[in-house]
Write a protein that binds this ligand. Structure first.
Ligand SMILES: Nc1ncnc2c1ncn2[C@@H]1O[C@H](COP(=O)(O)OP(=O)(O)O)[C@@H](O)[C@H]1O
Ligand SMILES: O=P(O)(O)OC[C@H]1O[C@](O)(COP(=O)(O)O)[C@@H](O)[C@@H]1O
Ligand SMILES: [Mg+2]
Length: 318
């Protein structure tokens, strides 16, 4: 293999740059040239490429976001768009593609593999919603950002003896909420996997307030509730005043944690080694601190153990 391409797709995640850096350095080690694709799958279709040297990526490990930029590409969802991308790849003599992204991007990678392109995928998403791997790049950094925010919200909540609701990202996965509640001393948590009704939340809170404490922390995953209505419901039921904070984009940016940088380095090197051995169509993951390859076609069947199980949650969060 003489030339490979790397792209970032979907939501940006801290550590994506560190993964690109590792890919470029590992490829260079094997004498392979790396082309960076700008703006995810859109750049693949438009031939928006930039040759990457080791010197250019050397100081990127600590930088948040993705310097290649990213997109949610409507064009790549079409067969025509994907055919065009294959044409562009072939005419640029690119023999393999590394996709860094989340579960949507992985579906795109799977399609490239099915069209005959040598492909590997690296999990880069703050949501940690890819079940085959214990961790995706970006999750740890975002969790730490969420914790820093929760700490601040709690300071004000405690000072005013007010209960607070914090909404975190995660799309349809509760990992960020669960880990933030465990590490940030949350009192009530509601996630897509274990959803509480307005009434459940309010009655749990009422029970907790009967102990005399009035500054509780409720953590919920995004997309689940109309938060204004949830707040008003609890305020009406318990005759208290509470505050709601939606963390939003602040969670996605920022310098990647050491954990994410190391994970990105390991996965980047693994993806290049995998492709160099003439294999294709796998997602790189981590299980029991060992890197794994899972065929993109089998991702649904693979389940890594997530840290928080039902028993642990019911002991610590009810
Ligand atoms: N079924 C699919 N076939 C081809 N490409 C897809 C498919 N699903 C998603 N993609 C591509 O991956 C991009 C990123 O997916 P998205 O779900 O938005 O983010 P993430 O990869 O971070 O989960 C989409 O905008 C699209 O271009
Ligand atoms: O900023 P956008 O494009 O609306 O995306 C928001 C979504 O992106 C994320 O931050 C990251 O999700 P992906 O990694 O799947 O792209 C989700 O937590 C959130 O639901
Ligand atoms: Mg996703």
């Amino acid at each position: 293999m003489k030339k490979l391409a790397v792209l970032t797709s979907g939501g940006d995640a801290p550590g994506m740059n560190a993964a690109i850096r590792a890919v470029v350095k590992a490829a260079d080690y094997f004498g392979i040239r790396t082309v960076g694709v700008l703006s995810g799958y859109d750049g693949l279709i438009n031939g928006d490429f930039q040759e990457l040297t080791v010197q250019e990526v050397e100081s990127l490990a600590s930088k948040g976001g993705t310097f290649l930029k990213t997109s949610r590409s409507a064009a790549f969802m079409t067969e025509e768009g994907r055919k065009q991308a294959m044409h562009v790849l072939k005419s640029n003599e690119i023999e393999a593609v590394i996709v860094i992204g989340g579960e949507g991007s992985f579906k795109g990678a799977q399609k490239l593999h099915q069209l005959g392109m040598r492909t590997a995928a690296i999990p880069g998403t703050i949501d940690n919603d890819l079940d085959y791997t214990e961790f995706s790049i970006g999750f740890d950094t975002t969790l730490n950002t969420v914790l820093a925010c929760v700490r601040k919200v709690k300071d004000s909540g405690c000072s005013h003896d007010k209960t607070t609701i914090v909404e975190v990202m995660g799309r349809y996965c509760g990992d960020l909420a669960v880990h933030a509640a465990l590490a940030g001393e949350g009192d009530i948590i509601s996630t897509p996997e274990c959803t509480l009704s307005f009434e459940d939340i309010s009655s749990r809170l009422q029970k907790k307030q009967q102990t005399g404490q009035s500054n509780h922390l409720i953590i919920v995953t995004e997309r689940m509730y109309d938060l204004q209505k949830l707040q008003e419901y609890i305020e009406g039921k318990l005759q208290i005043s509470i505050r709601t904070t939606v963390l939003g984009f602040v969670q996605r940016g920022g310098e990647p944690s050491a954990f994410d940088r190391v994970l990105a380095a390991r996965m980047g090197v693994e993806a290049v080694s995998f492709l160099k051995s003439e294999q294709s169509g796998a997602a790189i993951g981590i299980k029991n601190n060992r890197l794994i390859h899972v065929p993109l076609d089998d991702l649904e069947q693979q389940k890594a153990d997530k840290a928080a199980n039902e028993q642990l949650l019911s002991m610590l969060l009810t």
